[in-house]
Design a protein around this ligand. Structure first.
Ligand SMILES: [Zn+2]
Ligand SMILES: [Zn+2]
Length: 413
């Protein structure tokens, strides 16, 4: 009799344990991602892709306490597997349309989806978003906002599946550990303190696009490296990474002017000066692009002078590190100023596209009407080189040694 009781107690303990002990089990820690909705988003099609979803609709009046007593009717509905719904934002709040005409017309402040496996969200002019966990839909001014609550492991699988290149397990484990460490740093040092979410879904924090692109191999390797993070002197670091360094990694102190990241020094991305670079197989090792001069002037006006013509008539590199990366640009014209290389690159890619100018390591050739950029590498060149990690994994280097190579002085714990 006692042993049965004990068994039951043990079972209960083993079921409830993970929920209460995520402090030690970082991969089970819950977190909320807020989706960036800069664009006008007022209609959303929602489909219960897998499983039945519980819909909890919280009325607009619930947010104004004075009227709460008479109008606080929370509506509960089920969106069964395969069923569709459309949420629309109108002046009185969110309203819903169901395929089997159970309309929700009274105007809600928030709609919460939970309990199902996968929920598919479709927006006008954007790829669909497949989500798991809890999804809350509310609005800020005239835009629908999406909040997704999942756990750390689910976030890392999604993010690493999108960022990682190739199929080398040790390289994948390295990027998984980098993302988990960066996520830990962001949760400890949040960039959105005034918002109801822990991090945004863009590169500002870490890119996240739901679980629609999840890779099975990445899923397995996240479980294999469970809770592993990179530490420096006992503290988890803020690891930086980029696509291709083209043989030379730059120091965070040069590129970002930071003094507290000794684990981001400048070094070569090769076994020695005579050997081939670890990232030599990257398609971004060398690149070239020709731009029209007037397009470049247009870019200067839009990116740095709020669209005004003739404020900036030229630009030139002002500071270049020992590896040839430009980290400060001088804008010439009526209001001369300096901008950081990383900001300049971000603006260039926003204007001309991600695949235009890939890094700040380039030479310029000026012709009559055009400018030719001849460059090397992709990204900021600081921290781990993704193609370099792939190259090292191809030479049978373990993920711990890959991480120690790109983040010298650190430990994997
Ligand atoms: Zn952010
Ligand atoms: Zn490299």
């Amino acid at each position: 009799m006692h042993s049965v009781k004990l068994l039951i107690l043990l079972l209960i303990a083993s079921i409830t344990l993970p929920a209460f002990s995520y402090g030690q089990d970082f991969d089970q820690k819950p977190l909320t991602v807020g989706f960036d909705t800069h664009t006008d988003l007022s209609t959303l099609r929602i489909q219960a892709f897998s499983g039945d979803w519980q819909m909890t609709c919280i009325p607009v009046t619930a947010t104004s306490p004075a009227r709460l007593a008479t109008h606080s009717v929370i509506v509960e509905k089920t969106l069964s597997e395969g069923e569709d719904s459309v949420l629309m934002l109108i002046p009185k709040g969110l309203i819903g349309r169901f395929s089997n005409d159970k309309d929700l017309d009274s105007g809600f402040a928030k709609v919460v989806f939970s309990g199902g496996e996968f929920l598919n969200l479709e927006f006008p002019d954007m790829p669909p978003l497949l989500l798991q966990g809890k999804i809350e839909i509310d609005f800020v001014e005239k835009n629908i906002r999406i909040l997704n609550s999942i756990n750390t492991a689910q976030f890392v699988v999604s993010c690493a599946s999108r960022i990682a290149i190739g199929n080398e397990p040790e390289a994948l484990k390295a990027i998984i550990t980098v993302i988990r460490t960066r996520l830990k740093y962001l949760l400890e040092n949040p960039l959105h303190k005034d918002k109801p979410y822990d991090l945004c879904n863009t590169e500002h924090c870490l890119p996240f696009e739901g679980c629609g692109y999840n890779r099975e191999l990445v899923d397995l390797l996240v479980a294999e490296t469970r809770n592993k993070v990179i530490t420096f002197k006992g503290k988890s670091i803020q690891p930086r990474f980029h696509n291709t360094c083209s043989g030379k990694i730059s120091a965070a102190s040069d590129i970002y002017g930071v003094a507290n990241e000794p684990y981001h020094p400048a070094h070569i991305d090769a076994p020695d000066e005579q050997s081939a670079e670890n990232c030599y197989h990257s398609p971004n090792f060398h690149w070239k692009i020709e731009l029209q001069k007037f397009d470049v002037l247009d870019f200067l006006a839009l990116a740095f002078a709020a669209g005004a013509d003739k404020i900036y008539t030229a630009w030139e590199p002002e500071k270049i590190d020992n590896n040839g990366r430009i980290y400060q640009i001088a804008l010439k014209g009526r209001r001369p100023k300096s901008v950081s290389g990383t900001e300049f690159l971000q603006q260039l890619q926003f204007h001309f596209g991600q695949n235009s100018i890939k890094s700040m390591k380039f030479n310029i050739e000026t012709l009559t009407r055009t400018v030719i950029f001849k460059g090397m590498g992709s990204g900021d060149g600081v921290g781990m080189c993704l193609y370099g990690a792939d190259g090292l994994a191809k030479k049978n280097v373990s993920y711990e040694d890959i991480l120690k190579f790109y983040y010298p002085g650190t430990e994997i714990k």
